[in-house]
Every structure is written in C-alpha cells, then in structure tokens.
Design a protein around this ligand. Structure first.
Ligand code: NIG
Ligand code: FE
Length: 450
C-alpha cells in the first residue's frame, strides 16, 4: 500500500478555487487534475439526501463511467465517453484506471470513539464467559478503566494511537469520520483528547468531525457526588470546548446506570447555549426514552437504539433526527438483539450506519463490515446499507448534500474497489477490497496489485 499525502497541484490553475453554481462549474474552463477511467459500475448516490424508504435502494448507478476532478471537487461525472470528450486535462493530471471495477462514495462513519490508548480485549474474553458489558463496567473495567489509562498516558502516545486508527479507517474506504472525546472526563484530559483530534484533522487526509462526549460516564473521583461532575461539565468543560472551537457536537451516554434522561437534557441544553449541536447515545442496552428525548431536543442523531421502544421508533420516524445504527456493537457484545432497522425504514425514519469504533463494545474501523452486518442482522438490502453508510451518514453529521454523494460540484471523496458490483462489499466480507481512495480530489491510498 502506498500512502500519499503530497500536494498534487500542477501549478497551472487554481483548481481548488473552481466555482460551482447549482453543481455547474462557472468562470474560466478548468482542467482536470485527476481522472478515473474504465469504471464498470459507478454508484453516485445522486438524488435526495438523506434517503428514506424505497429511495434507500436507489444508488444512481452509471455503467461504463468516468470521473474528472478539478482541485477538491468533481468537475464531470457520467458515461466515460461524455466525461473524457468534454473535459480539458491539466498537463500533470493523475490517472486512475478502475479496470472495469466498482467506484462508490467514500464511507461517512458518523459515530466513533477513537481517542484512547489501552485496548480491552480482556473484557471481550470475559463476555465470552458470560459477564455482561454492564457487569464489567461496574467492576474494574469499562469506560472508567480507559479513563484511568488515558490520564496516565501522554499526548504523544494518544496521537500515535489515534493516527493508526485513522490510517486504518482511510485504508478501508472511510473519507469522513466523526470522532468523540470521552475517555478523559476531566477538563484537562477532555481538552487534550479534542486537541488530538484537531491535530490530525489538520494533518491527516481523512476529514474529522469532532464531538465532545465529556458525559460518557461519571469518573471515579466524582462517583460519590455525581452532581459535582455535571456542574463541571456544564460550567467548565462545555464553555471551554466551545470557546476553543474544539467540537461541532455534544453527545451524552443516556443509559440506565450512566446519565438519566433529566441529566442528559440539562447537559445538552447547556451545550446548545454555546452553539453545539446534539447527538445522543440513546436506548443502547435498555430502553429509557432516549430516542424521544433526542427528537424533542431536535438532535441531529439518536444513536445505538438496540433497545428502543415502539414510542421511540414512532418519534424518530416522524422526525428529522437520524437513527444511527451500529450493528458491530450488537455483534461484538455478543447480543442476540439488534436495532429494529426494518421497522424504522418502513415507517420512514432516516437510518444511518456507523462503526462505533471503541475499545469496549466494538473495536473495528471497517465500515464494509458494518454494511455486511446490516444486511445479515438488520435484513437491509445491500443497496439500503450502502446508502445508510454514505449519503445518510453525511446527514447524521449535518452534512446532507455536502458529503456522501458523487455529483458535479461536490467533494471528490470516493473509493475504487477491487470488485465489480456493490453487492460484493457485504458478500465478500472480512477482507479489504479497497483498491484506491481519493479524498478531496487527491489520491491518498493506493493498494498494490493483489
Ligand atoms: O458506544 N455506549 C457508550 N460508549 C461506547 C462504549 C464505550 C466503552 O465501552 O469504552 C459505545 O458502545
Ligand atoms: Fe458509541
């Protein structure tokens, strides 16, 4: 695999400044800086964003297609003869030969917890012996074990660990990822976690949307008086995170034994006063009304929903709050229960898929695996799952119409696959079928011939 982070501009035109109106380039004609030829099956996801109901199956496929990119945007996309015939090419234009294979939008992984150091495979083994996630969290493990470790590890270790995860995500086709803090749980270590995210967002090809999750758990030192911690969250952490512009979203782990509905509402409303948008870990293991709270507060997404009630499903289905489903979490916790994806879809809910990549309940960076789990455990069609992992993932980050679709004028974020048909992604699972990744118009991953 080669990993290319260099500037490929040819010095001829300021392609990054090509202007688009209604998706059409305006101003002087631009030249392509990167072309993809010989695409057998191109999944564009053109059309509505987000997708609901039957539209989830509409992938906007073009056969025998090409893509021309200028700077970070798509200049032309369509049947190959049209694209190649009408686009002037810059002298040092990069060429990708898709060899008759599949191209899709890059995955948008809208829920991850990647800022941690210590892994917790011991807990995985304990669960196989019959201990539950909450048993382990109540003993010496769980989120608080990760917190003790993060506080003891330096910023450099954390940076190196996060970078490895971002590299793996990109190599597996994720071009935009949400990343939460939440293993620091003190002002100092939460800020350090968010600064680590910012550090890589400025240097790594993957695009990172940061979320403040100081309300992931009550840390050891405040267990006796949890109200003190909530005060610190509201009066100290949130204002500082907002002042330093370190997060776009605020999230809360609203769950029996973690934060109650009333506490979650107080914390989110405090964050709203500082301009942060809302996400909520809702009804993950037990139903507590988290989905209804997310809808009531106008949260951008309600996530997990393994145990969501019928009232919660109803509330979500008639709202704009995205139901972000994380099938890897049921899988890795060894649960029999999976979120009710079919019911959410048939009632018109907006469903997105994400990894939940974290050291406790699901350690995987692979969105392709989540697409596979969604097909087999949620009974989503391969097309529904792919829509949920791209165009609807963008909606879960407030980026509907900006990411997750391949159209003229849109960001050039896509994956060339060592596959011919999109259904191979869930079908041929557990191996990396990504051949190349283009992020913001640059070739950033190129796997060698297999
Ligand atoms: O999304 N639910 C809360 N947070 C994670 C698990 C975090 C951990 O166990 O470290 C989740 O499942
Ligand atoms: Fe999570």
């Amino acid at each position: 695999m080669t990993y290319n982070n260099s500037d490929t501009s040819d010095g001829f035109l300021p392609e990054s400044e090509v202007k688009f109106i209604h998706g059409k380039p305006v101003g002087p004609p631009s030249r392509a800086t990167l072309m993809v030829k010989h695409i057998g099956q191109l999944v564009t996801m053109r059309g509505p964003s987000p997708r609901v109901g039957p539209a989830l199956n509409d992938l906007g496929i073009i056969e025998d297609a090409g893509i021309a990119v200028a700077g970070d945007r798509i200049l032309a996309i369509g049947p190959s003869d049209e694209v190649e015939g009408r686009v002037p090419v810059a002298p040092q234009c990069e060429l990708i030969d898709a060899k008759g294979g599949l191209v899709t939008p890059g995955f948008v992984d809208s829920h991850t917890h990647p800022v941690f150091n210590m892994t917790r495979e011991k807990e995985f083994a304990l669960r196989l012996q019959g201990k539950s996630y909450m048993d382990i969290a109540g003993a010496d493990g769980g989120i608080r074990a990760s917190v003790r470790d993060l506080r003891a590890s330096g910023e450099e270790t954390l940076k190196a660990e996060l970078r490895k995860r971002l590299d793996r995500m990109l190599a597996h086709g994720t071009t935009t990822v949400e990343a939460k803090s939440g293993y620091g749980l003190s002002t100092k270590s939460e800020l350090m976690s968010l600064e680590t995210i910012k550090y890589w967002n400025e240097r790594h090809p993957i695009e990172i949307i940061p979320t403040f999750l100081g309300a992931h758990e009550v840390p050891d030192e405040h267990r006796a008086k949890r109200e003190d911690y909530i005060k610190i969250l509201i009066e100290e952490m949130i204002p500082e995170v907002a002042k330093q512009n370190l997060a776009r979203f605020c999230d809360v782990f609203c769950e029996e034994g973690v934060f109650t509905i009333a506490e979650s509402e107080r914390i989110l409303e405090a964050a709203g006063k500082y301009g942060l948008k809302y996400k909520l870990h809702a009804d993950e293991l037990k139903s507590s009304g988290g989905a209804q709270l997310a809808v009531k507060l106008g949260a951008v997404s309600a996530d997990h929903l393994i145990a969501v009630s019928s009232a919660g499903i109803k509330a979500l289905s008639s709202s704009k709050t995205v139901a972000t489903l994380l099938p890897g979490t049921s899988y890795s916790l060894g649960l029999d229960k999976y979120a009710p994806a079919r019911e959410l879809i048939s009632r018109g809910g907006i469903v997105a898929l994400a990894t939940d990549c974290n050291p406790g309940s699901n350690y995987s960076e692979s969105m392709a695996m989540m697409v596979s789990f969604a097909c087999l455990h949620y009974r989503m069609t391969p097309a529904e799952a792919l829509s949920a992992a791209t165009v609807n993932g963008a909606a879960a980050l407030g980026l509907a119409g900006e990411r997750g679709q391949l159209m003229e004028g849109r960001h050039a974020d896509f994956v060339v696959w060592d596959a011919h048909d999109y259904r191979e992604i869930p079908y041929h699972y557990g191996v990396n079928l990504v051949s190349s990744v283009v992020k913001a118009g640059k070739l950033v991953v190129s796997h060698d011939e297999k």
